[in-house]
Design a protein around this ligand. Structure first.
Ligand SMILES: [Zn+2]
Ligand SMILES: [Zn+2]
Length: 270
């Protein structure tokens, strides 16, 4: 059955159309606010980290939770103090650097709000295209961060202070790194020509995957177990321990292609 379409022949999903009309009517000011990307990125990150904070708190008393932790020889699981110190650092960098810089980017980008919501297929294709593009851009960015010592020291080293990762540490990075990664994500959505609904879903899933990558647990229900094209937490934990390889954030194909793939558990230095 064909999806309903507008008089211009644009297909849309009625459920998404209802949602989009409601959001557009009620929240237009927020949707067009230049502060939205940074606020959305920070709030989704903190909210998506909350279950992992509970898991880390449970790990000390529940052997099953402890079993799910990815074993490393680099130190004990993070304490609650490390979580809270990390929270304040990330908040400070967002307020002082990421928020003003992305606001300027949004003003230059001047987003618009189309009348029609996307079809479910268009939503899927746009989000998937964003992930493929962002994954490639991140791979290149990350590869060069580790290739040039001055770039590593001035931008990326701070993120590598955590040999044992935890969910909130996904954003524990220098202001330059936080800003460049958010700009890469915003630019990916811009280049793909995303509908605002597709873009919101992309940023939400992007936050979730970054949190999963850093959570420190190889959970039975983690996305990389459902989709083997994803590396997941074991793959990114290996990067934090051996510093080289596994440069892509989510998919593993670029690392396979460039010979930089390191199997999870392969923790001996090069
Ligand atoms: Zn790195
Ligand atoms: Zn990391």
């Amino acid at each position: 059955m064909n999806a309903p379409s507008t008089e211009h022949g644009e297909a849309y999903a009625p459920v998404l159309q209802g949602l989009w009309e409601y959001v557009r009517a009620e929240q237009e000011e927020i949707l067009l606010s230049p502060y939205l990307p940074a606020t959305y990125a920070f709030l989704t990150h903190v909210l998506l980290c909350a279950p992992f904070l509970a898991l880390d708190a449970l790990a000390s008393v529940c052997p099953r939770v402890q079993m799910w932790r990815i074993p490393t020889r680099s130190g004990p699981p993070p304490s609650l103090k490390r979580w809270f110190d990390c929270f304040w650092r990330v908040l400070y960098r967002y307020l002082t650097s990421v928020l003003p810089a992305t606001a300027l980017f949004q003003i230059l980008r001047s987003p618009t709000l189309p009348e029609v919501a996307p079809s479910c297929w268009r939503l899927f294709v746009e989000v998937f295209a964003c992930f493929l593009l962002f994954d490639m851009l991140f791979f290149i960015w990350h590869f060069f961060m580790h290739r040039f010592p001055w770039l590593y020291c001035s931008v990326h080293q701070l993120h590598h202070q955590h040999h044992v990762t935890f969910a909130l540490a996904a954003q524990d990075a220098s202001a330059a790194e936080l800003l460049s990664l958010l700009l890469l994500a915003l630019s990916s959505a811009w280049v793909v020509g995303c509908h605002p609904l597709s873009e919101a879903l992309f940023h939400l899933l992007n936050s979730w995957l970054a949190v999963e990558d850093h959570c420190g647990y190889d959970l039975p229900w983690a996305l990389h177990r459902l989709l083997p094209c994803l590396g997941g937490a074991p793959y990114h934990q290996a990067h934090h321990v051996i510093f080289r390889g596994n440069y892509a954030p989510y998919f593993t194909h670029w690392d396979h292609l460039f010979g930089t793939y390191r199997a999870s558990g392969q923790y001996s230095p090069e």
